[in-house]
Ligand binder design. Structure first.
Ligand SMILES: [Zn+2]
Length: 66
């Protein structure tokens, strides 16, 4: 049995959401959080790569004036 964080009622583990209030069970919420965290890590990695490319690209580009 899993205990609902929202209404504190017990729900079967096989259920994906609470039988009483319809909220997602803690196990499901942790999976969503892990997925969001992984997506955020990919976003940071992509942004870091973008910054590195821009630093190299801008560093090699001569100034427009002069
Ligand atoms: Zn509930």
């Amino acid at each position: 049995m899993a205990i609902c964080l929202f209404c504190q009622q017990e729900t079967a583990d096989s259920q994906q959401s609470c039988q009483h209030c319809g909220m997602a069970l803690p196990k499901q919420q942790q999976a969503n959080k892990a997925r969001k965290l992984r997506r955020f890590a990919w976003f940071v990695a992509g942004f870091t790569l973008f910054c590195a490319v821009m630093i190299v690209w801008l560093g090699r580009t001569p100034p427009a004036i002069g």
